[in-house]
Design a protein around this ligand. Sequence first.
Ligand SMILES: Cc1ncc(COP(=O)(O)O)c(C=O)c1O
Length: 409
Amino acid sequence: MKKKRITSAAAHLAINGGPPVRKKTPPQKMLVDDAEARAVAAVLKSGRLTSLSNDTTDRFEKAFADYCGTKHCVAVNSGTAALHVALAAAGAGPGDEVVAPPYTFIATVSAIIQQNAVPVFADIDRETLNIDPALIEKKITRRTKAIVPVHLFGLPADMDRITAIAKRRGITVIEDACQAHGALYKGRRTGSMGDMACFSFQESKNMAAGEGGAIVTNSGALADKCRIIRHIGMAAKYEYVALGYNYRMPAMSAAVALAQLRKLDSFNERRARMADYYRKNLAGLPVKIYDPPAGVVSANHLFPVTLPTCGIDHTFEIYKALAAENVPVWWVYPRPLNTVEFIKNKRAYSKGCPFDCPHAAPSKVAGGGCPVADELSARTLVLATAPCYSEAVARDTVKAIRKVLPEYL
Ligand SMILES: Cc1ncc(COP(=O)(O)O)c(C=O)c1O
């Protein structure tokens, strides 16, 4: 596509001094009410604030496992911690490889590196923005310990194909469901399809606790391992059986998470309404929007929109012009993780670990071409769907897109 020269007619754009669509960008925040306040106050008044002395975290675990349709849940203090614990429980370590998509939040991959394993990137499918199962096959070696599909922006990855590939080879599947609480894949909730699945309850997520995370699984053995790793490697008081971390979820966070879990379905309905509004009202514009494949219900964590721009600078101009209109539009992942400097240059732990660790395959470079992720990350913005926003925000976002795009394309 040829880049358009902005004319004087564009003086109506806020970036050029014209009146913005909204006076101020509405902040994204959690939707909380008395339910969360009462639950937190009860924990606080009890004087027992740790999960070791207060049963709120246990109660949240039971409720969240029931919601996901899994037997076990191990609550932790972030989604990153959940991924780290799950990878450790899967036995991923020095010399092992873990296949992951390059188009995701950094935590998906930093947890792999934290565990001293090498991330191996399989490119994404241009119709879903999720990891492409056909490309996973090509990345598997005898060193592959796990596959971490991400349900990006709330849309479940192609789990039937991914679990079939993994099963044939005895590889562990860890769903990164940090953006997909309550999404459905062929009638099953995200979290219930992999050997383990990881969730985040960070403030922006579909249900939140401020910070928080969880691993869900149907395996009692994996759940036991996760519990030990999250609790500094202790199987019982002062019985140290493994290398572990203090990743326990505090009781006050669990109290918030329990209250939010009860509202998750209604939050997701609000997100779906925002997504439907975008889908209907962006029709006819030269942007690509992503419809869930048959049998898949997205949790609509964000609403991705791919622009027909010519390169990252062109996207940046449009992004800045939209931001100036004061609507909640973000460019969350402008480049794929295989191109992030410290990963590309294999600088994580000192002395080359894990990439050049003596246990790792010498030819393995973490980077490597992911042309679809390269192309789409440079052109894909996301629109807000958070339940704190009213339909007026969705309306203004579409208005801003309709105002800005013709001046740049
Ligand atoms: C896909 C994905 N994975 C992992 C994480 C990490 O979660 P947390 O921020 O709770 O550590 C996030 C959170 O932003 C995420 O979006």
